[in-house]
Design a protein around this ligand. Structure first.
Ligand code: BGC
Length: 658
């Protein structure tokens, strides 16, 4: 098994959606779905641009922009398909397809340059078998837009051998331009429907090298030069982040794939950006930044690329105003961060985030106004970043303000009963989104208390209730109907029905969407004995749907804590292979939520490093508490602690950091 390559044989347009996620390439600025070159909008072709948001006409929210597709290629005269392979070199972010037709063989390589954030490259090779073949390649504007068309006022041009499509976004009038140069002179140019194509006709072999730029000047250099620089950059990234597993090639491939994704979506090119919950795989989830970044992605970047981690934290610091405005809007003080954060810290989440499948009417959801743990999650990530990097300069660079404002928010949001000075948080949503409007979510109370402490406040916060060592997820949770997951599932009337909110099948039961108490136990690991984690794991795991890709990793980390790598292993594979295997939950009611799952990829990294190798900080020092699965012989990886390069190596007999 090649642990650096994924591949699918056979031409399968019916799997275009999953393959689009599976074979995604990106460089943090641009993400290109892994769709085939001849595909158009109906196969979800997207060239997704980081950090550019706009409102499609008639919509109430903004979402990211998909640029016209410069990788479009179509043949004529090629005959029927005999054999087809699509593959991805995950070491170097190179997408390949090879299609053998009756009259020609088409091979295409493409990549988003890691060395130049605005540059994309494509090499098209056609081997003609004697019959004339027409190659149509160019910039195609017929791309996926999930909620309506974003680009207007198109212009197509051919200037000095460069073809160009420009347009502007409909709401904010942001210019978008795609330019391309090719190493061969075409026979004809065709400008049609806001697109521009070069047309070549050949009976011989031909190799077309295309250099493309988006929203910037085309830079000089040949395809081979660009490829070399791209590969060198990838090698650098791997040298700081590769996790080597021996004994289990499937696990190695899956983890390589997760890390590949994390690198492909990290915005290294520009300050002021973070990573959306669906990466750069399209407009799903409005291209917004969730707690996924702080809790599930930050550990990877903190350990392997502290500069990038700092930039992610700076995104929250720079968008503090949005959080202050949101708190003020609801009548609170301090900073209430957006649940779905877009540029400038604008809240992208609406009050009606689900559409009822039966009536097609919007359903009132409270993710936006009640998922208050978000501010504390950000404080938590900031603090962990400092613990691992020693970079406390971030505090004077806005971090202190963020911490103070988040604590002020919790103070003003808290409630206390008459005669008591204990703070409680009522009417909230914890990580488990199926139970809305709950009181005293254990996770929320703890993270709020943490946030208060970081700002120097010493108010007492109601913690959580426990019965026989099992933490109650929120007040009254144990009184809810205690039924199996299968029973709840059997009550569904419609396969896409939403399980949460008022009347959702899970809302009146103890069935939860994702790790909640177990997430609390992972974040505040020092406060819980291994035994207690085990007890809670055994209670909550069977009651968890794992309806979010954020869930498996928290349970896997819990299982490693109490020495059951065998329980953690399948959850690790589930996290790491989430976009490889595809088929995850793609609908919340009638709303499409598919795309790639960066938090699962970050979760896989956490399981490997913090779970299997057991890397953690104790009294400010990195330590190991391994729980290696029997499938692995060893695990080894570099990490950076306080500016020093370190290496962890763990076998079944020995564990060391050097
Ligand atoms: C999960 C949230 C998560 C969001 C984005 C939801 O399904 O419940 O916890 O932040 O997806 O990944």
């Amino acid at each position: 098994m090649d642990v650096w390559r994924i591949e699918r044989e056979g031409y399968e347009p019916e799997n275009a959606t999953d393959n689009g996620n599976r074979f995604l390439i990106g460089n943090g600025n641009i993400g290109v779905r892994g769709t085939l070159e001849e595909y158009t909008a109906n196969k979800l072709v997207a060239v997704n641009l980081a950090g550019i948001y706009d409102r499609a006409p008639g919509q109430t929210w903004r979402e990211p922009i998909n640029a016209p597709n410069p990788f479009f290629v179509q043949l004529e005269g090629q005959g029927a398909i005999i054999k087809h392979t699509q593959s991805l070199d995950i070491r170097h972010g190179l997408h390949h397809r090879e299609t053998v037709y009756e009259n020609a063989i088409l091979t295409i390589e493409r990549f988003c340059s890691m060395a130049e954030a605005s540059i994309l490259c494509q090499r098209i090779s056609v081997q003609a078998k004697g019959k004339p073949i027409t190659i149509i390649t160019g910039i195609d504007s017929n791309v996926w837009d999930i909620n309506g068309t974003h680009l207007v006022d198109y212009e197509t041009e051919l200037i000095d051998e460069v073809i160009k499509v420009s347009a502007i976004t409909s709401e904010l009038r942001i210019p978008i331009t795609v330019s391309e140069r090719c190493n061969h002179k075409e026979n004809k140019i065709r400008e049609i429907d806001n697109s521009v194509f070069r047309i070549f006709t050949t009976k011989e072999n031909i190799v077309l090298d295309r250099i493309i730029s988006i929203n910037s000047e085309l830079t000089s250099g040949t395809y081979d030069e660009k490829l070399k620089a791209h590969i060198e950059k990838w090698e650098l990234l791997w040298s700081a982040s590769e996790v080597k597993i021996t004994g289990d090639k499937k696990a190695q491939l899956s983890l390589n794939y997760s890390i590949y994704h994390l690198h492909s979506i990290a915005p290294r090119h520009k300050d002021g950006l973070s990573i959306p919950a669906r990466g750069l795989s399209g407009q799903t989830y409005k291209g917004a930044i969730f707690w996924d970044t702080e809790i599930f992605l930050m550990p990877f970047f903190t350990l392997t690329e502290p500069k990038m981690a700092r930039r992610l934290m700076k995104y929250r610091i720079n968008t503090l105003q949005g959080a202050l405005d949101k708190a003020a809007y609801y009548g609170y003080q301090g900073a209430f961060y957006p649940w779905e954060s877009q540029d400038g810290g604008l809240e992208g989440c609406t009050d009606f985030n689900v559409v009822d499948v039966f009536t097609n009417r919007p359903v009132r959801t409270h993710f936006r106004d009640l998922q208050i743990h978000i501010s504390g999650d950000i404080v938590y990530a900031l603090k962990k970043y400092i613990d691992w990097t020693n970079d406390d300069s971030i505090l004077s660079d806005g971090g202190n303000k963020l911490i103070k404002a988040s604590a002020d928010f919790y103070l003003s949001r808290a409630f206390s009963r008459p005669g008591s000075d204990v703070l409680e948080f009522i009417d909230v949503i914890g990580p488990d989104e199926y139970h809305e409007r709950v009181y005293n979510s254990a996770f929320t109370n703890r993270i709020a208390e943490y946030s208060l402490r970081q700002a120097g406040y010493d108010n007492k916060v109601r913690g959580y209730r426990e019965i026989d060592g099992i933490i109650e997820q929120f007040d009254g949770y144990f009184d809810l109907e205690d039924v199996s997951l299968d029973t709840v599932r059997s009550r569904l009337v419609h396969p896409k029905e939403y399980w949460g909110t008022q009347g959702g099948v899970a809302s009146t039961t103890q069935i939860i969407k994702q790790a909640d108490v177990l997430a609390l136990m992972q974040l505040f690991g020092d406060e819980f004995s291994d035994d207690k984690i085990k007890k809670n794991w055994e209670y909550y795991e069977p009651r968890t749907e794992h309806g979010s890709s954020l869930s498996a990793c928290m349970y896997a980390l819990g299982a490693c804590r109490f020495g059951r790598a065998d329980l953690a292993y399948p959850l690790f594979m589930k996290s790491a292979r989430s976009d490889l295997d595809g088929g995850g939950k793609s609908w919340a009611g009638n709303i499409y939520i598919g795309g790639t799952h960066p938090a699962a990829a970050g979760g896989a990294y956490m399981i490997a490093t913090q779970g299997f190798a057991g890397l953690h900080l104790k009294n400010g020092k990195p330590m190991l508490k391994p729980s290696l699965p029997e499938q692995f012989d060893s695990i080894e990886f570099p990490f950076i602690f306080a500016n020093k390069n370190k290496t962890v190596s763990v076998t079944h007999k020995k564990a060391e950091i050097c």
